[in-house]
Design a protein around this ligand. Structure first.
Ligand code: HEM
Ligand code: HEM
Length: 178
């Protein structure tokens, strides 16, 4: 399997990063909602360790993915309308932005709430701010707004992928697959 992206196809690192991130995010969203609903309990605390650990992993994968994208090329858009291409670009850029903004806002929430966290019970997550009640509420608010935006864009993104595959019958989904 080819490593580099070309103008016509994705190389395996981009594909692997795309699908790994997709799986993690699809676990992360229900996990966040579920953990938040629980009453304070050992299970809740454990689920939040998972939530924070997976979230930081998503952040690292997103950075890795952006760097890999920047040093290489990416496949050209298929022959669709200019509007459709612009919308796809906008959706993809926003998804990258959210994969960074979500973990950072979550991390600020935890730091400002003065909650120490060990990623996967192994590495202590350093605090990026001191304790600050107002900042904590603001960051949690940003986190929640980002989640809502993420869900909306994902519905469109996945819908668009399925439309390309089953209705337009072009190669968009196939070229992201292995
Ligand atoms: C759930 C989290 C997901 C995220 C965060 C995500 C994010 C992204 C991003 C940022 C790109 C643009 C890649 C780039 O230009 O560098 C992309 C491309 C793509 N995604 Fe997703 N995606 C997700 C899930 C899915 C799912 C479930 C599908 C299929 C049903 C899918 C299908 C595709 C396809 C086909 C492309 C390639 C478009 C092209 O070749 O021009 N994605 N995705
Ligand atoms: C892409 C990564 C992430 C996604 C998709 C995500 C998603 C969610 C969701 C759906 C919720 C429940 C709804 C809400 O209150 O916002 C939530 C809550 C929360 N998340 Fe995340 N999260 C991510 C990363 C992180 C990270 C890295 C941290 C911490 C290091 C974190 C900390 C929290 C906290 C503390 C809450 C509870 C907020 C509150 O009390 O209102 N999240 N997250």
């Amino acid at each position: 399997m080819a490593m580099r992206n070309t103008e016509t196809r994705w190389g395996w690192p981009s594909k692997l990063l795309h699908w790994l991130t997709a799986i993690l995010i699809l676990i992360q969203i229900p996990l966040g909602y579920y953990a938040e609903e629980l009453k304070l309990s050992p299970l809740k605390l454990d689920l939040f360790v998972w939530h924070k650990s997976i979230g930081i992993l998503i952040l690292l994968l997103a950075i890795e993915r952006l760097l890999w994208r920047m040093i290489g090329t990416i496949p050209k858009a298929l022959d669709t309308s200019v509007l459709q291409r612009r919308l796809a670009q906008l959706a993809h850029a926003t998804l990258y932005g959210l994969m960074i903004a979500l973990p950072i806002s979550g991390w600020i929430t935890t730091s400002a709430a003065n909650i120490p966290t060990k990623l996967f019970w192994l590495i202590e997550l350093p605090a990026i701010t001191g304790p600050d009640e107002a900042l904590k509420s603001m960051a949690a608010e940003v986190h929640e707004i980002c989640v809502t935006l993420l869900i909306i864009i994902l519905v469109v993104h996945i819908g668009a992928a399925l439309r390309h595959h089953f209705i337009l019958r072009d190669s968009i989904l196939k070229r992201m697959w292995f």
